[in-house]
Design a protein around this ligand. Structure first.
Ligand SMILES: CC(C)(COP(=O)(O)OP(=O)(O)OC[C@H]1O[C@@H](n2cnc3c(N)ncnc32)[C@H](O)[C@@H]1OP(=O)(O)O)[C@@H](O)C(=O)NCCC(=O)NCCS
Length: 158
């Protein structure tokens, strides 16, 4: 099934897929962030030209079974690229009942191709352990490392 570009009407389905993504790391994570996430998706999909999300619809009814989000950020030319934008891919998740059918691969490829069309020559992502083969097959490779500052301590309990 070919992914389509998400619209603001997909905000609830995208938030459910984001929950799947978070639960893969932390099975009992809280749910209080979901209304804000749904509102943010709806707003960004309506207004934010630097973001596109690619989704696969449930084959037998309403809802989504897979997603991948591309976002570009302004960047400055340097020795390795003269591109003025760099891309990032996130929100990659497939409903557990529909895995290993190529849906994530198709959504990530669509997000990457959109970022390239938007002028990106570099696209970053942070792979989960189960996703490294998926990204490697699409041409992603480990490069660079970065440190993160957070405003508040992170709850690392499972
Ligand atoms: C990782 C995830 C997105 C893969 O979704 P999917 O739709 O099943 O992936 P695809 O069918 O497109 O798989 C493409 C390739 O990725 C690799 N792959 C996918 N799932 C894998 C797994 N569990 N273990 C090892 N390799 C895997 C395989 O090489 C696969 O190709 P193949 O089926 O021909 O062998 C899905 O398992 C998921 O939602 N996991 C929880 C959330 C998560 O980890 N998201 C990624 C955040 S970076």
């Amino acid at each position: 099934m070919t992914p389509r570009r998400a619209t603001p009407d997909d905000a609830a389905g995208l938030t459910q897929l984001r929950l799947i993504m978070h639960q893969a790391v932390k099975p009992h994570c809280g749910l209080d962030w979901m209304p804000a996430c749904e509102a943010a998706f709806a707003r960004a999909l309506a207004e934010q030209e630097s973001m596109a999300v690619f989704v696969v619809d449930h084959p037998d009814g309403p809802g989504l079974i897979a997603s991948a989000m591309g976002v570009w950020h302004p960047s400055l030319p340097g020795p390795t690229t003269t591109a003025m934008r760099s891309g990032e891919i996130g929100s990659v998740a497939t409903d557990p009942d529909h895995r290993r059918r190529g849906h994530a691969r198709a959504c990530v490829a669509a997000a990457r191709d959109w970022l390239v069309d938007e002028g990106c020559e570099r696209v970053r992502l942070t792979p989960a352990p189960d996703a490294t083969a998926l990204y490697a097959a699409l041409g992603f490779a480990p490069r660079d490392t970065y440190w993160t500052w957070r405003a508040a301590p992170v709850d690392t309990a499972p």
